[in-house]
Design a protein around this ligand. Structure first.
Ligand code: NDP
Ligand code: 8X3
Length: 266
């Protein structure tokens, strides 16, 4: 799409799932344009593989820069923009996608370590990324231009037992996102939230500490969203006319109508 021309897009959590699909979808939407994609996550090798795939698919039409970045580490974010090669610093779109859930424990059994990693990644990480990139947007005309796309969740709208911490982190994302949109009202910066329901990614594998059988059981009898489905909506939001803000979107697969109301095939 023309609207992405000359833009630099930064995606967190691009090594897997929704973030990975979003990088591919941006590239496929603008394969021969002068698009730049900065893909970040902790797993550098997966990023290198994704970068190779994008270069290959677009015959080098899309420029890709894989950068290792742990968003839960404030000091890594602090040095991030300054560490980019000069021509990669003019970022136009930030997709705050990195996030995770750990466990299904209920209070008072929630492990402190799990609680901390969820908050430092999903909340503090997202806020620190936003604060690192906003000054770039604010240097542009009309008070600033650029897109901040935050990945929330149905979990942020509807807390459920066994998910209290994860749900609280996503509610925090939702609250921060809404405040930010209001704070930036006098600018042309778009603040966008996309809240998926059930998506089949590594999300549940991470939730169950690598137990694939438990993760698969989450999707048994279901036809969950694919990460590509979510990526299409993210790219749709980023490619609307400049005056259109897709502020808030909830996505369900057809069998889902709430965090826990799910129709399963027998
Ligand atoms: P995946 O586990 O497949 O992907 C999560 C991504 O986040 C990975 O690329 C992972 O990369 C990255 N990540 C995790 N921790 C960090 C960190 N500290 N620093 C940088 N990157 C990190 O899951 P999804 O694609 O499903 O998750 C993406 C987002 O979507 C999350 O915010 C999640 O909460 C949200 N979501 C998911 C839903 C689902 O049902 N799957 C539904 C609603 C929302 P690495 O490990 O290499 O760092
Ligand atoms: C993921 C959706 O409902 O499994 O954010 O927590 S849920």
């Amino acid at each position: 799409a023309k609207r992405l021309h000359g833009k630099t897009i930064l995606i967190t959590g691009a090594s897997s799932g929704i973030g990975r699909s979003t990088a591919l979808e941006f590239a496929r939407t603008n394969p021969s344009g002068d698009l730049r994609l900065i893909i970040t996550a902790r797993r550098k090798e997966s990023l290198e593989e994704l970068a190779a795939q994008i270069r290959d698919e677009t015959k080098d039409g899309v420029k890709v820069l894989p950068v290792q970045l742990d968003v839960s580490k404030a000091e890594e974010i602090r040095g991030f923009v300054g560490g980019l090669p000069e021509e990669w610093r003019d970022i136009h779109v930030l997709v705050n996608n990195a996030g995770l859930v750990k466990g299904v424990a209920k209070a008072p059994e929630i492990a402190e370590e799990d609680m901390n990693i969820m908050f430092t990644t999903n909340v503090t990480g997202l806020i620190n990324m936003t604060q690192a990139i906003l000054p770039i947007f604010q240097k542009r005309p009309d008070g600033g231009q650029g897109d901040i796309i935050n990945i929330g969740s149905i979990a942020g709208r509807e807390p459920y037992p066994g998910g209290s911490i994860y749900c609280a982190t996503k509610a925090a994302v939702r609250s921060f996102t809404e405040s930010l949109r209001k704070e930036l009202i006098a600018t042309r910066i778009r603040v966008i939230e996309v809240d998926p329901g059930q998506v089949q990614t590594e999300f549940s594998v991470v939730r169950f500490y690598g137990d694939k059988a438990k993760a698969d059981a989450v999707y048994a009898g279901c036809d969950p969203l694919t990460p590509d489905d979510v990526a299409e909506v993210i790219v749709f939001a980023a490619t609307r006319r400049e005056n259109v803000v897709v502020a808030d979107t909830l996505l369900y697969p057809n069998h889902q109508a709430s965090a826990l109301i799910m129709h399963r095939r027998p």
